[in-house]
Design a protein around this ligand. Sequence first.
Ligand code: GLY
Length: 339
Amino acid sequence: MLSIVPNVVADAERRRKIKKNMSSNQVQPKLIIHGGAGSSLKSKGGLVAVRQSLHTIVKEVYDLLKNQTSAIDAVIRGCQLLEDEPRFNAGTGSVLQSDGQIRMSAALMDGISQRFSGIINVSRTKNPIKLAQALQSESDRVLSDYGAAELLRELKVPIYDPLTDLRLQEWIEERKDNFKKDMAGVIAEDNLPANDAQRGTIGVVALDLEGNLAAGTSTGGKGLERIGRVSDSAMPAGNYATNKAAVSCTGIGEDIIDQCLAPRIVVRVDDGLSLEVAMRRSMKESYDNKRDLGAIAIDATGAIVWGKTSEVLLAAYHDGDRIGDTLEWIEDELIGYCC
Ligand code: GLY
């Protein structure tokens, strides 16, 4: 029987092993999270509020990593907190599709087991990442639509409506205009300019004390899309991890899929490139192909690297000493790194 409650016995055993290895093999945990990519934040108020949300979540999740939480559990918790923040386009605050419904997608990948799990176009639930978590140990690890609804029933997950007033207003405004925009705004802000289309997703990448990596990504999609459209966030293209590197992507899903972005970066690191070079090369290719996207990544050495072709990337990180972010990073550089 599937359970949405973490397996406490397995978890305790994992922690026991971590403790045993701590004195000899301990590494400094690293963390990076994102709340989407897109065109510039509307206002300084928007920037301050987004910064506060991201930094608060980074702090809480980094404390977990410091206290021996595994990378995958930290990623799940980080995604849950970002899904619960109505400002971002995932979980509560997800954008509406063309028919006025919310359908969310999420994925989780554990770098040690190299297992991917995902949920596609699920409705009426609070935390899609928890469904991806429940599927980690199953033989059928990616479920969509009916399968996702069945899973919710099986897990006895309470019904939840992730709709917010701001997202409903955005959709009503667009409907008046007969859906002229390709996609909804990623950050829920009052009075977004009409052409301020942005690309929303949340994601978390972590390296734990034991040196294990994990990545998780969750989204409400592009918004205003046709029914049945599948997001990159529930595909390896948008979320991928091995024991050498882990990546979560954001941006226009179709662009991320066309670049097969997350595995493109990770496999380059697996093959011996540094994360910085792998990210730079992958972003240069994305730029040359006129893609609109961003990515966050950590490798097994603890390097934290991010990249974007979009105007802004809403990411924040903890390198063990301090919290930093990319909110005002708008220069022409395609990549950035902190350590
Ligand atoms: N990257 C999110 C989406 O396009 O669905």
